[in-house]
Design a protein around this ligand. Structure first.
Ligand code: EPU
Length: 439
């Protein structure tokens, strides 16, 4: 094996079989942060063993929490002895968790020192909404080159804040800030992704008083303390959608376990329209296949309940096999199509546009961001020993899919970016007829 592990994939055959979706990265890490709000023990079930969870474990341990795994996926977090307000720079250098710790440490310790870190390489990913929210709750924030220092004189106080955009992370920050603030807060224009609903449910199970109103409004009645809880991490709807797209793209048949079909509500429509088939096999088990020859589609990504931005990369791989010109208008991130270059190297015909090729009133209109894509199909993909270097997590799994679809052998490098969110991919795909090995 080479010193930096890489995947070697031989593709060109239908991929079939069975795979289990891990617990959702984008909830597990937020639930771990929420556990710090209780002065007791919280147990998270179905916690995925992935890079981002390891990083979050390190950040929590640095704050003084005690963490213990039992079995494969149960993580106990004891937050009784939190003592350090300084959040270290995560090992990977990029991760969205530090900024979420700001509100939690402010409550517990009266201050927080949070480093400036980026997320994946998909756009600027600022944290201005998080900082404004903390200030609205009464925090004082100083910004230095090393990061953000937040402090409070007394308890945080309730506020009325309208988010400029329904940001997932900023909604989470508002939840952490609001649950222990003095008084009743109203937060408008919040994100309502299934992972946010899970976080609200978990916090309420810890003793919080949060109501989500139908109009994207949160009413948070602050309480004096929260209690530890046991909570199950929901299945990863992004991973499940990727296996669905792989089944349809290669004309195989993949059963995904561990996923609640309701979290894929707005994936099924476009998937069926392209030619995919869905069969619900059990409460958390879905079989995906190709129902008819694939055909093109026009779609836009959006906040929930729209078509998730994290679904667009696997979907684009599938669209290389659909007849006609497909269009994807990305309205959540300004720069999330760089990965199409790699698909083009495998033979896909794609074009990226800066204009808005869609009907949603997009924040990027007229701002020269490459945020619309055209994919012409069907095009057979092929690889004569190509090497693809993974730029970010979701693009990474899309590369695995594209390599599985392409006739020939493909090497995929920088796979730690994939393992950040999909952990132990080789072992977990043993039930699939996917020819993938570590090299
Ligand atoms: N935004 C701002 N200012 C802020 C916060 C966000 O302008 O203070 C903008 C962002 O730049 C972006 C948009 O708002 O254009 C949406 O960002 P959001 O805050 O919703 O994203 P996030 O919380 O940083 C999470 C997931 C992403 C997922 C998005 C959208 C985690 C750790 N990450 O990011 O997942 O794409 O929500 O659903 O939960 C991934 O898992 O690979 C991933 C990128």
């Amino acid at each position: 094996m080479s010193p930096t592990p890489r995947y070697l994939i031989r593709g060109g055959q239908p991929v079939g079989g069975r795979v289990r979706s891990l617990g959702a990265k984008n909830f597990a890490t937020k639930a771990m942060v929420a556990a710090l709000l209780a002065e007791g023990k919280t147990t998270l079930l179905n916690t995925p063993r992935i890079g981002d969870v390891d990083i979050t474990c390190d950040l929590l341990a640095a704050a003084g929490a005690t963490l213990a795994w039992s079995g494969d996926a149960d993580l106990e977090i004891d937050a009784a002895s939190i003592r350090s307000a300084r959040v270290p720079v995560p090992d990977s250098g990029s991760n969205r968790i530090p900024i979420l710790l700001l509100g939690v440490l402010l409550h517990r310790l009266g201050e927080a020192q949070v480093p400036v870190v980026s997320g994946c390489n998909i756009g600027a990913r600022p944290v201005d909404f998080h900082l404004t929210a903390a200030r609205m709750f009464g925090a004082e924030i100083e910004i230095s080159r090393g990061g953000y220092h937040a402090s409070r004189k007394g308890p945080l106080v309730a506020c009325h804040y309208t988010l400029p955009y329904p940001s997932v992370g900023a909604t989470e920050s508002c939840l952490y800030l609001g649950v222990l603030a003095k008084g009743t807060s109203i937060i408008e224009n919040v994100a309502t992704e299934p992972e946010i609903i899970a976080l609200i449910t978990m916090l309420n199970a810890m003793g919080a008083r949060i109501q989500l109103r139908p109009n994207r409004e949160l009413v948070i009645e602050g309480v004096e303390r929260l209690y530890g809880t046991r909570f199950e991490v929901l299945g990863d709807r992004i991973e499940a959608a990727s296996w669905a797209a792989l089944a349809a793209a290669t004309d195989g048949e993949i059963t995904v376990d561990g996923i609640d079909p309701a979290t894929l509500i707005n994936f099924f429509g476009p998937f069926n329209a392209v030619g995919g088939g869905v069969s619900i096999e059990g409460p958390k088990s879905i079989r995906f296949f190709r129902r008819h020859a694939l055909r093109s589609i026009v779609l836009e990504t959006d906040v929930f309940p729209g078509f998730a931005t994290d679904w667009q990369q696997p979907f684009a791989v599938m669209l290389t096999q659909a007849a006609g010109a497909s269009v994807i208008h990305e309205t959540v991130y300004e720069r999330r199509f760089d990965y199409l270059e790699a698909l083009a190297a495998l033979g896909a015909k794609t074009q990226i546009e800066t204009g808005c090729l869609g009907s949603v009133d997009c924040r990027f209109r007229g701002r020269d961001f490459p945020h619309s894509a055209i994919i012409l199909g069907p095009t057979p993909l092929h690889s004569e020993g190509l090497t693809l270097d993974v730029p970010d997590l979701r693009a990474g799994l899309a590369y695995v899919m594209a390599a599985a679809l392409a006739k020939g052998e493909t090497t995929i490098t920088s796979i730690s970016r994939i393992e950040r969110g999909y952990g132990a991919l080789i072992e977990r795909t043993r039930g699939l007829s996917l020819d993938i090995a570590l090299a």
